[in-house]
Design a protein around this ligand. Structure first.
Ligand SMILES: NC(=O)c1ccc[n+]([C@@H]2O[C@H](COP(=O)([O-])OP(=O)(O)OC[C@H]3O[C@@H](n4cnc5c(N)ncnc54)[C@H](OP(=O)(O)O)[C@@H]3O)[C@@H](O)[C@H]2O)c1
Length: 286
C-alpha cells in the first residue's frame, strides 16, 4: 500500500479514520484547508482551489472523499478532483455520501465515483454528532434545552461518526482488488431508528435535563438554520426537500447491518452516545 489521502481529514469522520489507519501502520495524508503545522503528513487542500488537488493526490493509491459540506453543488469541485485522481493512478475511491442525497447533484457525484476503479460508496444516515454543539441542532439543545424540527415523528437510523470511520477503514485497508462482501454500495446506520422526540427523551434521561421538542414548519426551520449560520440555499434543502420532509415521510426509517458486517463490531447505540457525551449538554452558566 502506498497511502490514503483522507479529505475532510480534520472532520468528525475523517479525523477518526486518520487515527484508525495510522494505528494499523498505514501511511495517511491528512487534507485540510489549515493543515496542522506539527504533522508532516498534513497537506493544504481546498475543494474550492483546484491547484491544491494534484499535490494532495500525488503518490496516493486510495482516497476517502468527504464532499464539501453544505454545498448545493459539489460537482464543480469534486468532479475534476475525481478525474485527476484517476489520471494520477488512484485505485480505490471511497465516498462518504448521505443515505438520502441532499445536494441536487449528489447522485451525479456518486455516479462519477461509481465509474472510478475500485469505487465504494458509503451512504451514511444522520450523524449522532449532530446532537452536539456546534451543530445547530446540538447548540439549541445545549443553549435552550430544545429541539425544533420539521421532521415530525419520522425516524432516522442515527449513526455515530466513529462507526462510519471504522467502516471506512475496513473497506480501505484490504488489498486493492478485494471487495469486502462483494458489495460496493453500503447504507450505514446505527442499530435503532429514532424520531426527534425519542432522541430527546434519551438525552433527557441521560442528562437529567428536560429537552422540549417543538414541531416547526419547513419555512420556520429554514429560517432557524439560516440564523445558525447555514447558507440559505442549503438551509432550504435541509428543512424541506428530501431532508426533514423525507424523514417525516419515513424515508430514513431504515436500518442496515453493514457496520457489523464490515467491522465485526455492532454500531454504538444512541443511549451509549448520550452516556459518553452527557456533559456536553450541560446548561450554560446563567
Ligand atoms: N451530518 C450528517 O448527519 C451527515 C449525514 C450523512 C452524510 N454527511 C456528510 O458527511 C460529510 C461531513 O459532514 P460533517 O458535517 O460531519 O463535517 P465534518 O466532517 O465534521 O467537517 C467538515 C470537513 O470538511 C473539511 N472542509 C470543509 N470545507 C472544505 C473545503 N472548502 N475544502 C476542503 N475541506 C473542507 C473540513 O476541513 P478543514 O476545515 O480543516 O479544511 C473538515 O475536515 C459531509 O459531506 C456531509 O454531507 C453528513
Amino acid at each position: 500500500m502506498t497511502g490514503v489521502l483522507v479529505t475532510g481529514g480534520t472532520g468528525k469522520t475523517g479525523h477518526e479514520l486518520v487515527g484508525l489507519l495510522r494505528g494499523r501502520g498505514v501511511p495517511v495524508r491528512v487534507a485540510s484547508r489549515n493543515p496542522a503545522a506539527d504533522d508532516p503528513d498534513a497537506i493544504r487542500f481546498d475543494w474550492d482551489d483546484p491547484a491544491t488537488h494534484p499535490a494532495a493526490l500525488d503518490g496516493q493509491d486510495r482516497v476517502f472523499v468527504v464532499p464539501p459540506v453544505q454545498s448545493v453543488d459539489p460537482m464543480p469541485s469534486v468532479g475534476p478532483f475525481l478525474a485527476e485522481a484517476q489520471r494520477l493512478g488512484v485505485r480505490k475511491v471511497v465516498l462518504l455520501d448521505s443515505a438520502i442525497p441532499l445536494a441536487p447533484r449528489a447522485p451525479e457525484l456518486a455516479a462519477q465515483v461509481r465509474a472510478q476503479s475500485g469505487w465504494i460508496v458509503l451512504r451514511a444516515s444522520g450523524f449522532m454528532q449532530n446532537f452536539l454543539s456546534p451543530h445547530p441542532l446540538g447548540e439549541r439543545i445545549r443553549r435552550d434545552g430544545e429541539i425544533r424540527t420539521a421532521a415530525g415523528d419520522g425516524r432516522v437510523g442515527w449513526i455515530d461518526a466513529r462507526d462510519i470511520a471504522a467502516t471506512a477503514a475496513a473497506v480501505l485497508l484490504p488489498d486493492l482488488d478485494a471487495v469486502p462482501g462483494d458489495q460496493r454500495d453500503y447504507l450505514l446506520t446505527g442499530p435503532q431508528a429514532l424520531s426527534y422526540p425519542e432522541a430527546a427523551a434519551i438525552i433527557a434521561a441521560g442528562t437529567g435535563r428536560p429537552v422540549r421538542v417543538l414541531h416547526a414548519s419547513a419555512d420556520q426551520q429554514a429560517a432557524d438554520l439560516r440564523t445558525a449560520g447555514i447558507p440559505a440555499e442549503f438551509a432550504a434543502i435541509l428543512a424541506d426537500a428530501d431532508a426533514d420532509a423525507g424523514v417525516r415521510a419515513g424515508r430514513q426509517d431504515e436500518l442496515s447491518t453493514a457496520v457489523l458486517n464490515l467491522t465485526g463490531h455492532p454500531p454504538r447505540t444512541f443511549t451509549q452516545f448520550v452516556q459518553e457525551h452527557a456533559a456536553r449538554w450541560a446548561a450554560p452558566a446563567a
